[in-house]
Design a binder for this molecule. Structure first.
Ligand code: FPP
Length: 245
């Protein structure tokens, strides 16, 4: 695979853990446990092929409405994964980062997240950006509140200034967004940032999503013609700022 054509930033909506377990007569948490194993493999291959940022939708702000038992299983798995992966992150140069609304997170998780972010902040490898307690609309609302608190004037409100106030400040927009399990929607993931992302939808359930399928998704992405609202000749010559319409 040509290095040049690798998407800089891949976002993944990891869906289908519950169905994977139910189809096998297993409790839903077994699907989430299996999902964590997939995360490890996909992080490793992304890092190896030169992806700069991998964003994983691990727990949406709406997921807080799931039964309490399931919420604690997912949060527990996140905690265990972070503690377990710590040394590997350092070995592989992964920089860990969380986006989302931390107010609702239990203190122990918040502190593990902060420690992992702090310890890995100077790593130069893959940026692993986990969306935890995350909602795109909530992120935009928090950005607007920050703008008001910083006394930004109406003229100061630009695409750049809003981007700088989002949780993803400094991170390039996702080039490719993958969603597993056959659903074809964004479900509040990276709403602002996905304006020009390419999408890859697959029926594969997340616990069955392999590195081969990731490479297949990247291959399909490489075939796409990304014009960012321009016509082909402008894109080649980099003329004009483009328009969404
Ligand atoms: C979607 O499946 C998956 C989730 C809500 C949780 C994903 C979380 C993990 C894999 C945990 C670990 C993450 C990291 C980053 C270590 P679903 O339960 O919505 O499945 P369903 O649609 O079949 O019910």
């Amino acid at each position: 695979m040509k290095k040049r054509a690798i998407p800089r930033h891949i976002g993944i909506i990891m869906d289908g853990n519950g169905r994977w377990a139910e189809m096998r007569g297993l409790p839903r948490f077994e699907g989430h446990k299996r999902g964590v194993q997939r995360v490890k493999e996909i992080v490793e291959v992304s890092s190896n092929i030169g992806v700069e940022v991998l964003s994983l939708y691990a727990f949406s702000i709406e997921n807080w409405m799931r039964p309490v038992d399931e919420v604690s299983v997912i949060i527990g798995l996140l905690e265990k994964s972070l503690k377990g992966e710590f040394l590997n992150f350092m070995k592989e140069g992964v920089r860990f980062k969380v986006i989302g609304n931390r107010d609702k997170l239990p203190e122990n998780i918040k502190s593990i997240i902060e420690t992992t972010e702090h310890v890995t902040e100077n790593n130069k490898g893959l940026i692993l950006q986990c969306a935890i307690s995350y909602g795109g609309r909530d992120e935009i609302i928090r950005a607007i509140r920050k703008a008001i608190n910083q006394d930004l004037s109406p003229e100061d409100i630009t695409e750049d200034s809003i981007s700088r106030l989002l949780d993803t400040a400094g991170i390039p927009d996702p080039d490719l967004i993958i969603r597993t399990s056959g659903e074809q929607r964004l479900s509040n993931f990276l709403l602002w940032q996905s304006a020009y992302s390419e999408f890859y939808f697959t029926d594969t359930l997340w616990p069955d999503f392999t590195k081969e399928e990731l490479l297949e998704a990247i291959h399909e992405y490489q075939m796409r013609d990304r014009r960012f609202g321009k016509v082909a000749i402008q894109k080649g010559l980099n003329i004009g700022v483009g328009s969404a319409f």
